[in-house]
Design a protein around this ligand. Structure first.
Ligand SMILES: Cc1ncc(COP(=O)(O)O)c(C=O)c1O
Length: 335
């Protein structure tokens, strides 16, 4: 049995629920490559992961909700920014699995009933926008709510770090195993893998690529400033390695991640990201999202233009989804 099959076997032993359409496609983008002067570019279409407009959280929730259900939960409590993709996909997953879903969302400049927030309501979640910042304070709100739901006889499970980030990393070792196989089928061996992440997605990609001895180096573009992001990702990757009983361990040097494309703050667009979003839609008919993937594409484009990626190289861009947020940003995008 080869290493990939062994990895897939270990992943299969983790508690999980069936949520999405996997494997997601790995699609070549010849017009985008040509417009950028050379490197072969493939997009791994996590935006086509099936549930509720897709995205990277479908794969992650396969394990986070799988873990909750294995512990007897009948209710999921989650919360994040008001246009959270994670919360939208959680609401849909709960609908599909017959679980109760409570979302507590931090009020911010995009707390409009559009995009993801609209879909949260349509999926039947109990949604409240609260005047508490996204982060540890919101986690307190989530845990307090879970306590009161327990008093009502429910069995709630709170989705929060560090557990959910480690399980998200497990999910993205599975994504890397798919990429490993798809590369063999396509006869390619990419040097670069670009993703929007400061958490479980990149942690899992790094762990998986190292475990499988791949040439490809995952490079992350953070959507948010977090001083401890490298430590968080290293911890998530190594907890995932323990959960999967892998010998591989990830070090800080394995984690390449930049904050340079965030712009003003999380959830605020940059002119480069708007341009990148339109460019990919126009060359390939693929829509990126404004908060994560378009900023990452702006980074990839700049790295190609600066020569950090050669015209003979091969790049995989992980499209982590988030496209419903386009509709909450219609004013910025239409101007
Ligand atoms: C579209 C999109 N891309 C990337 C990410 C980052 O994922 P992670 O938290 O696993 O790094 C998110 C997380 O919310 C997301 O919604």
């Amino acid at each position: 049995m080869n290493t990939r099959e062994r990895l897939i076997q270990k992943i299969a032993q983790m508690p999980q629920v069936h949520l999405g359409h996997f494997p997601t496609p790995l699609e070549e983008c010849p017009r985008l490559s040509e417009a950028l002067g050379g490197p072969r570019i493939f997009i791994k279409r996590e935006d086509c992961s099936g549930l509720a407009f897709g995205g990277n959280k479908v794969r992650q929730l396969t394990f986070t909700i799988g873990d909750a259900v294995a512990q007897g939960a009948d209710t999921i409590v989650h919360g994040a920014a008001s246009q959270s993709n994670h919360c939208r996909q959680t609401a849909a997953a709960c609908g599909k699995l017959g679980l109760n879903c409570y979302l507590r969302l931090a009020r911010d400049h995009k707390s409009i009933v559009q995009g993801n927030l609209l879909l949260d309501h349509l999926a039947g979640a109990d949604v409240q926008v609260v005047d508490v910042p996204f982060g540890p304070e919101l986690d307190v709100v989530k845990y307090e709510l879970a306590e009161s739901l327990k008093e009502q006889g429910l069995k709630p499970h709170v989705i929060a770090s560090p557990r959910s980030t480690a399980l998200a990393a497990v999910a993205f070792t599975w994504c890397i195993a798919e990429i490993h196989q798809q590369q063999q089928q396509l006869g390619i061996d990419a040097e670069h893998l670009y993703t929007a992440s400061a958490g479980g997605t990149q942690a899992g990609l790094v762990l998986g690529a190292k475990t499988l001895g791949m040439k490809l180096k995952p490079f992350g573009c953070a959507p948010i400033h977090w001083d401890d992001k490298i430590e968080r990702m290293r911890t998530a990757a190594n907890t995932a390695a323990e959960l999967l009983a892998l010998d591989t361990r990830v070090t800080d040097a394995d984690i390449q991640n930049t904050d340079d494309y965030i712009g003003k703050a999380y959830g605020y667009l940059t002119s480069e990201c708007i341009e990148a979003l339109k460019f990919v839609a126009n060359t390939e008919g693929i829509f990126l999202d404004p908060v994560y993937t378009a900023k990452t594409m702006a980074c990839l484009i700049e790295h190609i233009q600066q020569g950090q990626i050669g015209s003979d190289d091969t790049v995989i861009f992980l499209h982590t989804g988030g496209t419903p947020a386009l509709f909450a940003y219609h004013e910025e995008l239409a101007s």
